[in-house]
Design a protein around this ligand. Sequence first.
Ligand code: ADP
Length: 462
Amino acid sequence: MRMRPRSIRARDTLVAAVIAALVFGATAAGVDIAVRAEVRADHLRQTQVDARRVSGAVRDGSLEGAIPDLTRGRILAQVVEPGGRVTNATAAASGRPPVSRLWPSSNLRVRDFTECHGSWPDRECFVVEAIRVSTAADSVVVYASERLPSYLVNGLLEAVLAAGVLLLAGTVASITWRVVGRTLGPVEAIRAQLAEISATDLSRRVPEPPGEDEIAQLARTANATLDRLERAVGRQRQFASDASHELRSPLAGLRANLEDATAHPEDNDLREVIRSALHDTDRLESIVTDLLLLARIGTGGTAVQEPIDLSELAAAEIRRRASAREIATEFAPATMIRGVRMQLVRLLGNLLDNADRYADSSITVEVAGEDGLALLTVTDDGVGIAPADRERVFERFTRLDSARSRAAGGTGLGLAIAREIARAHGGTLRVEDHPSGARFALRLPLVPPGREKGRPKPDSPS
Ligand code: ADP
């Protein structure tokens, strides 16, 4: 059976009630003990005074007949013989059997104790002082007794205290229930709203309570997360729609050509149709390959990072390419970084492809080390990129007007891929100011000398 209540509100209330019951219960027990001790001590003082007064009178023989009552019947005093006969008594105690059967011995002549008679509800208890007047065998005993108040005998005191404890614990529980309810109200509102927000309605936000407390911060964090989620879903949707759009154009061209060739074989040169179909297929293939690559970069995997000299890698890549334009280079020696060679070659290739495409006459590639970073720049002397477009060009399928007018368009994914690779290597890729043409700057963390042989990072990009 589940003993712990499910809700925080019920749990806190239960804990507060139990703690209150324990604390007030302990206090009530203390009060009970103190009241009993005080009343008994007070009664005992009175009975002792009276018993001494009477035993003195017995001893000096001045007591005759009834014992004078100075307490208006509150204290019952009796003088009892060894046989149990009451010889003298106060008016209130005469005619009653001896208050007690306890007979003090000659070596312990004075005794005080509490004695009770009868059963509930007629039970009564007395605080008794018994004094054996002398050590003689036939000495009489003087008893002085006072009845304890009924609330100490019939349990009324404990009942009242227990009721007080229950009342206080109940009050604490009810206050806790209300306070916790008020505190958790906004949390429930946030939960209910979050439950309603589905992937199709990410525009809704949870209510933000005023103030700076934990719940207000929770609401703000939840809303910030929803903001990011909404933007990410938006980007994802945009990307899916852009990707289908990009794939649809070559597919439509391919289909139109093939349908035309099938419908009018006599009007079409079959070789030309196949060549055009192959061209469209190539384009489709490169878009799909780029999309796959984009999806894979940075997701971790099997690709192993190795120490790479960025200057050497750039020099080798430039040597390998058959560029139509002259490429000026300036390489600082020993610019060691850690990375996935294939990906870095791809990044540099994309920058050089673009530079080749947009440069008027010359391209410059430089590699240097600065502030713990390796800096690789690819600069051309073409139309350049307006400051307003310098972030946009890294978005997927972005093509500026300058590119559309050029026949040899790429997939529109080249810079997106290049930036993803830079990020996956802990670096940055940006367009920077340059007096003429475009300048792309790649920054990657330099590996300190002597640390080149470090183990591959577990989250190394694929
Ligand atoms: P694409 O496959 O179209 O080259 P990229 O992602 O490589 O796609 O580039 C995106 C766009 O950025 C290009 O279409 C072009 O408009 C612009 N761009 C890229 N490199 C340069 C450059 N060196 N000079 C001018 N514009 C550039």
